[in-house]
Design a protein around this ligand. Sequence first.
Ligand code: ZN
Length: 133
Amino acid sequence: MADSWDPALTRAKLRKMPNTLVCDALLDQAIFAGVGNIIKNEVLYRTRIHPLSTHGALPLRKLRELVEQARVYAFQFLEWKKAFVLRKHWLVHNRSRCPRHDIPLTRAYLGKTDRRSFYCGLCQKRYTQDSQP
Ligand SMILES: [Zn+2]
C-alpha cells in the first residue's frame, strides 16, 4: 500500500475485470496490496456495497468511494493494530447485528476466494449487471 497506491490506477485495473465480485477483488493483492479479509468486510459495510456486487455494475461514484475507503481503512487498521484497539472498531467483522439497523448480519463464505463475509442485506446494496437499466 503506502505511497505506491494510485487510486486512478486501481480503478483502471478494476474496470478491466467488470465481472469480478468486489469481495474477491478486494483480496487481490495485485490490486489492493495490504487489504485483508477484515478490511474487506468493514470497507464494504462502510460504503454500503454488497460483497456479491460486480465492479462493472458499480456507478463511478461508488467505485471511487470503494477505492478511497479501502485506502483510508488500511491506514486506520494499522494504527488501531499498533494501539491494540482493532476489535473495538469492527462494525461487522465477527459481529452478529447491523449497527445501523440492529438486525442480524448475514455470514457466508463468498466468492472464488471463499473467505468469510459479514454483511447487512438491508443497507448493503447489490450492484449487478442485471440491475442496470
Ligand atoms: Zn444494515
